[in-house]
Design a protein around this ligand. Structure first.
Ligand code: COA
Length: 187
């Protein structure tokens, strides 16, 4: 059986290009995550702030009508960032300082990765992830995801992400999360 050609194009987006399509990108995110629509207003300032961070990088999948079908972005993690400090706190509680420093010294935080439900299950998420990682200068990548099972878990395991922290509770979110990581480049 031969794989059918991909209908979507994956391209890199600059911060100003994403800014213009921020509403559409956030709608995609809310649909993929099955969050309430009000999440868009809540997340917009956060996504705009992320765009200003060092080594921010974004790739999107565009459909036949040029509509956004998938998105992935992240940036260089650094002390003082909320997510960084949360993960440091969790890791310090369970790992020796050398392990904490190994993970948190030079990493790219994969902040968002989403594909519209209608386009899921065809390898698009993995393609987005690989394209995003191609341009990353850091030696490691870290992400957090709700404890599985999910399509996200299957993908992260398939590309070699390992456990960094499990069943972790971020401040303000009752759900248990996993922090997963991988040495770069992806094979
Ligand atoms: C997580 C997410 C981005 C993954 O994207 P995806 O496109 O669904 O997933 P993948 O790229 O891993 O592809 C999945 C399937 O396509 C298959 N596939 C891979 N390459 C393929 C190809 N060239 N042709 C056809 N199928 C292919 C894979 O084998 C996999 O099958 P499986 O799930 O039965 O193992 C997506 O499911 C999503 O947006 N989920 C909701 C939001 C979310 O959870 N985001 C992550 C938050 S941390």
């Amino acid at each position: 059986m031969t794989a059918s050609p991909r209908l979507e194009r994956i391209v890199e987006m600059t911060a100003s290009e994403l800014n213009v399509r921020l509403g559409e990108a956030l709608a995609l995110y809310v649909t993929a995550m099955n969050y309430p629509p009000g999440t868009v207003e809540q997340r917009a300032p956060m996504w705009l702030a992320h765009m200003m961070r060092e080594d921010w990088r974004c790739v999107v999948a565009l459909g036949e009508q040029d509509e956004l079908v998938g998105i992935g972005y992240g940036y260089r993690g650094a002390a003082g960032q909320w997510w960084h400090e949360q993960v440091r706190r969790g890791l310090m509680a369970v790992s020796p300082p050398a392990v904490v420093d190994d993970w948190l010294t030079d990493y790219f935080e994969l902040t968002e990765l989403h594909v519209l439900p209608r386009a899921q299950g065809r390898g698009l998420g993995e393609d987005l992830l690989r394209r995003l990682m191609e341009g990353v200068r850091s030696t490691r990548v870290l992400l957090s995801t709700p404890e599985g099972p999910s399509k996200a878990w299957k993908l992260y395991r398939r590309v070699g992400f390992v456990d960094v922290l499990r069943h972790y509770q971020f401040t303000g979110d009752p759900r248990p999360f996993a922090v997963l990581g991988r040495v770069l480049p992806l094979a």
